[in-house]
Ligand binder design. Structure first.
Ligand code: V47
Ligand code: SF4
Length: 368
């Protein structure tokens, strides 16, 4: 690919006309956006789609991540976070320890993000107790907990269906599911990077069930490992199709693969240019998902700022403590303050908007 070609390809002119008319882009359009040498032109189209939806608003949230365990039966090849049962470095938090972490947050979190490995023997009652306790401690917070992969695991261990597990978790206080576990849907790549994980089809079906039960969810794309550009486009189109039928996705989180401490060896780490392009293509293809996250933890703050000009409109949040990306070498801060988030957003020409877990703006008078 010639990175320095000066004029947009004819394929882009055709896509630009569609974007202008607000028309849905095709698989071929997605591939052409990846192939187009003019990254800036691709970014400009994504920026047009982003500003049409959100103007210059850029969302952020006061949130707190808590990982309750890294013990996991799945052993995904790319994952630097998980440990086998009994292996050095494995941990399990009790409900009280989860509450203590939330209590020691520098701000009262408006969004609580709780995920963990697929632990071999924690019972469903542990997760229900944890949710009820967090709900009681933080009645105002949006509880965004457990990926579809964990939901399938809880169902297998409890003998309930995933729909029953979701209903029970919702009754205990769950508001939404995070976007993790989607990785890349292409079966052949999935078999190589996470052979024990649920299929892409199953991941989508569980999100569909959550949507039917009135739970919003996020979705994600893990890229920069063994997948092709076709696989990325197909992944985004499957998310778009699911959204057409069940409608509950709030936000896509594009996750560039962090290579350190991982058994998965890739020829070269993903470049900043590829990350910006992938975010832009996601914005352009996902005409029915409102938000694209510039997840500063995986992107670094500076690239996340640039991503706001390539289709992203959400800067995630304070986070406070992050393990999954940092154990894989993510070169970002552990947490940010509200003042830092606002300054970072403002500093590159956007308007910070504090949101809750469901992306509803927080009214000025309600700000802590
Ligand atoms: O599912 C694991 C990914 C995900 C690596 O919903 C890695 O608001 C890169 O989904 N390099 C979990 N990625 C994180 C996630 C998330 C994060 C922030 C917000 C939300 C949300 C969701 O992290 C996993 C996996 O795809 N992951 N290892 C790695 N080495
Ligand atoms: Fe377990 Fe999730 Fe890591 Fe896979 S990515 S090994 S499911 S913690």
């Amino acid at each position: 690919m010639d990175f320095h070609a000066s004029s947009p390809s004819p394929a882009l002119a055709h896509i630009a006309a569609k974007v202008e008319r607000g028309e849905r882009l095709s698989r071929e359009d997605g591939l052409a956006l990846f192939a187009c040498p003019d990254l800036t032109a691709v970014g400009a189209l994504a920026h047009a789609a982003r500003t049409r939806r959100h103007g210059l608003n850029t969302y952020y949230v006061l949130n707190r991540h808590v990982n309750y365990t890294n013990v996991c039966v799945n052993g995904c090849v790319f994952c630097a976070y998980s440990r086998e049962r009994g292996q050095a470095g494995g941990f399990e938090l009790s409900v009280d320890q989860v509450l203590a972490k939330l209590a020691e947050s520098p701000v009262v979190p408006r969004e609580v993000h709780i995920v963990g490995g697929c632990h071999p023997d924690l019972p469903l009652s542990f997760y229900l107790d944890m949710l009820s306790a967090v709900r009681a401690a933080l009645p105002e917070a949006g509880l965004k907990c457990f990926t579809a992969v964990e939901i399938e695991h809880f169902a297998a261990l409890s003998g309930l269906s995933t729909r029953e597990v979701l209903s029970a978790l919702k009754a205990a206080g769950l508001d939404m599911l995070p976007g993790g576990g989607a990785e890349i849907f292409a079966p052949e790549v999935r078999r190589r990077i996470c052979p024990k994980k649920i299929s892409g089809e199953r991941w989508l079906a569980i999100h569909g069930q959550a949507h039917e039960l009135g739970l919003s969810t996020n979705c994600s794309l893990l890229f920069g490992h063994l997948e092709s550009e076709e696989d990325r486009v197909d992944h985004l189109l499957l998310l778009r199709e699911q959204q057409d039928s069940s409608g509950g996705f709030n936000c896509l989180i594009p996750l560039p693969f962090q290579t350190e401490n991982s058994l998965l060896k890739v020829p070269a780490a993903v470049t900043g240019v590829d990350i910006l392009r992938t975010i832009a293509v996601a914005r352009l293809l996902l005409d029915n998902i409102a938000h694209i996250k510039a997840y500063w933890v995986m992107l670094t703050v500076k690239l996340a700022q640039a991503a706001l000009y390539y289709g992203a409109d959400d800067f995630d949040g304070t986070v406070v403590e992050e393990k999954i990306g940092h154990m894989a070498g993510a070169d970002s801060e552990q947490g940010l303050t509200r003042a830092e988030l606002e300054a970072m957003i403002r500093g590159c020409g956007f308007t910070p908007v504090e949101r809750d877990a469901l992306f509803r703006p927080v009214r000025q008078e309600a700000r802590a």
